[in-house]
Design a protein around this ligand. Structure first.
Ligand code: C2O
Ligand code: CU
Length: 456
């Protein structure tokens, strides 16, 4: 689908410059309430929950192989915990209440301290009551820098989110347990933000080369993204470099929790428009604008792949295949599923706010879906028997997609499985511990799509 220039002009004409991210002076990560202008100017500001006073939370940036040491201080009115999404992390630091740690109570703290082995674009977010806490703003970027980064003029992180705001007060609508949302596509919003603001604009020069680190922090919205006045490549997915950069043609999907790193050249002439847009059935809208001016830099040609991370080579054809059925939701309602040791009917489950199941379990089961020895190779086949897409995420590991022709696709940590689709992945379980495996549509996870695997 081609983008019309008009799409960008239809959005707010005011140049909404983003507040600068304050540089953290301490190594504390304070979960705290704040008020921020999320909706367009003219609307009231929105009370949000933040890491460090604004959404997205503090920009955590370190060199590859470096350490993140942060004391989470919980100044919120609910217990919380931080998950470092996509990091092949020490299990004790994974931030999952009830599995790897206790939730951090109000006015308490927890010391996170871990090594980030892989360069790339990651993020962190609350993993307690995440349907509510992430929707209120508890997320931030985690950027692990290559020792040998690509040659670009600007390196921009763009965190996309989807808010459900009351149109009068601009307050976040407090309906996180809404059964209709949970049993359908999840909690979709009515206002899309980038880096915590509506329709931001960034100055760029014509001919400049940009690295765009796109992160989808929304609860449930799958973006279909397109460029205007920019041309280039996808160079990494979910933090991991592609062996061969993929030229951006029309549009590309970005499901909840997924990341895409782009290297793009500004092809618009100065004074012209450029931007990133979301394509929707009714045409779409601009997400970010770039104000193009004359640049002095020389134009670059071609692209090198990003330096590869140190990922395991493996053979997967002999690897055991584990089937995981994604079940339930509106239109394909569960007939029944297990909750703990009990077999409940679909109606009983719905009354308890459970609408989905993974292999017949409507919550994280007592026994792991997969009990693996360290270093084993496994295949998992996600069979989507529901009428909705799901973004399946594994903790502590990246996996490779097994493509329809049997070859291995890119490394990912979150795979979008469309309605009716079956997708296979392969991985080496090389990180010991108990790890979640769940849908990253956060309302789906909270209402049944939650499992785990164990590596010993
Ligand atoms: Cu991004 Cu289980 O999390
Ligand atoms: Cu889902």
């Amino acid at each position: 689908m081609m983008l019309s220039r008009r799409r960008f002009l239809q959005t707010s004409t005011a140049l909404a410059l983003l507040p600068k991210v304050a540089h953290a002076v301490s190594s504390d990560l304070v979960a705290q309430e704040a008020v921020q202008q999320i909706a367009p100017d003219g609307y009231p500001a929105t009370p949000v929950w933040t890491y460090g006073g604004r959404v997205p939370g503090v920009d955590i940036r370190l060199p590859q192989g470096g350490r993140v040491s942060r004391k989470l201080i919980n100044n919120l009115s609910q217990p919380t915990a931080v998950h470092w999404h996509g990091i092949r992390i020490d299990n004790a630091m994974d931030g999952v209440p009830g599995l790897t740690q206790d939730a951090v109570e109000m006015d308490q703290s927890f010391d996170y301290d871990f090594v980030a082995p892989d360069a790339g674009t990651y993020w962190y977010h609350s993993h307690n009551r995440s349907t509510e806490q992430v929707a209120r703003g508890l997320y931030g970027p985690l950027i692990v820098e290559e020792s040998n980064p690509p040659d670009v003029d600007q390196d921009l992180t763009l965190m996309l989110d989807d808010w459900r705001l009351d149109p009068e007060s601009a307050h976040i609508v407090d309906d996180f347990d809404n059964g209709h949302d949970l049993s359908h596509a999840g909690r979709l919003g009515n206002l899309v933000s980038v880096n915590g603001g509506f329709d931001p604009a960034y100055p760029v020069g014509s001919g400049e080369r940009l690295r765009l680190r796109l992160i989808n922090a929304s609860n449930a919205r799958i973006f279909d993204l397109a460029l205007d006045g920019l041309a280039g490549w996808i160079v990494a997915l979910d933090g991991m470099p592609l062996a061969v950069p993929l030229p951006v043609k029309d549009s590309f999907p970005l499901a909840p929790a997924q990341r895409a790193d782009l290297v793009v050249d500004v092809t618009s002439a100065s004074e012209d428009v450029a931007g990133l847009a979301s394509i929707e059935r009714d045409g779409g809208y601009g997400l970010v604008r770039f104000q193009v001016s004359e640049a002095s830099t020389s134009q670059r040609q071609g692209i090198e792949p990003l330096p590869a991370n140190n990922m395991p080579e493996f053979q997967y054809d002999q690897a055991p295949l584990h089937r995981m059925s994604l079940q339930g939701g509106a239109m394909r309602w569960l007939e029944g599923a297990k909750l703990g040791d009990q077999d409940l009917t679909g109606r009983e489950l719905a009354q308890l706010g459970r609408f989905w199941a993974l292999n017949g379990y409507a919550e994280r089961p007592k026994d792991p879906f997969l009990d693996s020895r360290l270093g084993q190779v496994h295949r998992i086949e996600f069979v989507n028997e529901t009428a909705f897409p799901h973004a399946m995420h594994l903790h502590g590991h990246h996996f490779r997609l097994v493509l329809p022709d049997g070859s291995l696709g890119p490394w990912r940590d979150t795979v979008l499985v469309d309605r009716g689709q079956t997708r296979q992945i392969a991985l080496v379980t090389d990180n010991p511990g108990d790890w979640l495996l769940h849908c990253h549509m956060l309302g789906h996870a909270a209402s049944g799509m939650m499992s785990w695997f164990s590596v010993t």
